[in-house]
Design a protein around this ligand. Structure first.
Ligand code: 5AD
Ligand code: SF4
Length: 481
């Protein structure tokens, strides 16, 4: 996506350009000079660690941060005992925040012994006012704080950290800006996330995302297609299109485009063999999309369709804009059109006011929808969201009991669905050598199930046929076919 030579051609003694992304390349070049100085003094390049603490969007943002750090001259490492550490935070549930405070305590202690070290925080949690207040008051050792809207400015902010004393804070409330063509360091050579939109306009009553990621903005289709074409040229065979609500992609563009239309264009790109996307909101999932999924050779037979609750009453309170019957009829339509499809979902238990009857409705949908897998969450009160103001918060023991019952149901249902696949031969994209047993490799089928089978690292990035020999619940053992 970038060319090292670009940086050599930048005159770092001139004024910074106003236009993006040129301005950021200018600051990358400035930082690179400082990092060369570090190398001359210490006989090594400084090490940087990017810690991704959130969802796939967050992971993709982390790859962008890593790309910029690498261009500047940092060696990327996995250990937090590094010269520069950045936490890309999440705040969707309270325990995500708690994790950050805990780890930051350790990192602060490490920095005391290594005072040259720099610490940065970014991502969703930084968009919250109370978090910023707490950082300013009790975590003065943090060098840089920025949010979700100006991640593209990372190089410029890093330069400020190098030349300015004290904590640098730059958190924006919102933005309509999308900056294209910045460097990215991909975790995998053969697969990549691709942002197609940012933000969310749905305001589900429990969810903090619309407040921390701002309003929905779609990237232009030509920018997305150009990125996917370049990824394909670079050896990527699988793309995951990312957005909080991909089904409403393109609605607000000057020349509106539907998500289904975008998919059809991506499908034409040579070299791309698999297309995934995440996340679909049931209220916006169109017949056109179902039709395309049924026809496509490249769109994977997996759909993540968050349910959140099976109770129509709670769904209304959650501001989800569908009810139990509509959800189940959508599932019926999808399963009929794409018989092999794996359905996965997100479910919240213990939403304020949830009764045993409401909960049983959720259990009923789980049984009827037959999920291949489900992420289950205990409701977490997020300050500032409408649900947090509701009085009927559910006692912890009741929530825990419902959570355990739901988990058992979800697991038994998933096992049953998975076991039915045993004996089949599936196309598998090999991702890695198995961590526990290096005679095995691990790969993913189109339906997102994982299979481990004998093989070596030469298979990584290839799509091979594998027979599923033994089902282990949510993964398989297999053999090359
Ligand atoms: N409490 C619990 N789970 C939540 N999610 C979003 N907000 C909350 C909350 N306040 C879950 C939803 C969403 C997933 C990404 O996180 O199920 O789909
Ligand atoms: Fe949150 Fe609802 Fe938007 Fe998903 S669709 S990010 S749950 S507000």
């Amino acid at each position: 996506m970038y060319n090292e030579i670009d940086l050599d051609n930048i005159d770092i003694n001139s004024q910074p350009p106003i236009e993006e992304p040129g301005r950021q390349y200018y600051f990358m070049a400035k930082c690179r000079e400082l990092i060369k100085g570090f190398e001359q003094k210490n006989g090594r390049f400084p090490q940087a660690c990017v810690v991704n603490m959130g969802c796939q969007m967050n992971a993709r943002d982390s790859e962008k941060l890593a790309g910029i750090l690498e261009v500047m001259g940092y060696d990327l490492v996995d250990t937090e005992e590094a010269d520069f550490v950045i936490y890309n935070t999440c705040t969707v549930r309270e325990n995500a925040n708690n994790k950050v405070w805990g780890r930051l305590g350790y990192l602060g202690a490490y920095k005391k012994k290594h005072p040259h070290m720099k610490i940065a925080l970014c991502g969703c949690m930084m968009q919250e006012d109370e978090v910023l207040e707490k950082l300013k008051k009790s975590y003065r050792f943090v060098d840089l704080v920025f949010g979700t809207h100006n991640i593209y400015k990372f190089a410029e902010l890093m330069y400020t950290v190098f030349v300015q004393e004290g904590m640098v804070i730059d958190v924006w409330k919102d933005t309509d800006k999308i900056v294209e063509d910045l460097p990215v360091e991909r975790k995998y050579k053969f697969k990549s996330g691709v942002n197609i939109m940012f933000g969310c306009n749905n305001f589900c009553s429990y969810c903090i995302v619309p407040y921390v990621r701002g309003r929905e903005r779609s990237r232009k289709p030509q920018d997305i297609l150009r990125e996917v074409e370049r990824l394909a040229q670079d050896g990527v065979v699988e793309v995951m299109l990312l957005g909080q609500n991909v089904n409403s992609y393109g609605k607000n563009l000057d020349e509106p485009v539907t998500f289904a239309e975008l998919l059809m264009e991506i499908e034409k790109i040579e070299g791309i063999k698999r297309i995934r996307f995440m996340t679909s909101h049931p209220k916006d999932l169109s017949d056109e999309l179902i039709e395309i999924m049924a026809k496509s050779d490249k769109i994977c037979n997996h759909l993540h369709l968050p349910l959140q609750s099976g109770s129509s009453r709670i769904l209304k309170e959650m501001n989800r804009h569908y009810d139990k019957e509509q959800y189940l009829s959508l599932v019926g339509k999808i399963r009929a059109a794409v018989p092999d499809i794996a359905l996965t979902t997100d479910i919240i238990v213990g939403f304020p006011g949830e009764t045993e009857e409401d909960f049983l409705e959720t259990m009923d949908v789980v049984k009827k929808a037959g999920y291949e897998s489900a992420f289950t969450f205990i409701y977490s009160k997020r300050t500032g969201t409408p649900a947090a103001a509701k009085e009927e918060q559910i006692p912890e023991d009741v929530v825990k009991d419902r959570f355990d019952r739901l988990l058992r149901e979800v697991q038994s249902c998933a096992k049953e669905r998975a076991e039915a696949l045993t004996g089949r031969v599936e196309d598998v994209l090999v991702e890695d050598v198995n961590e526990q047993d290096n005679t095995l490799v691990s790969g993913r089928m189109g339906n997102n199930f994982i299979v481990h089978f004998p093989g070596d690292k030469s298979l990584i990035g290839k799509i091979v046929k594998v027979r599923l020999k033994e089902c282990k619940g949510f993964y398989f053992y297999g053999e090359l076919y």
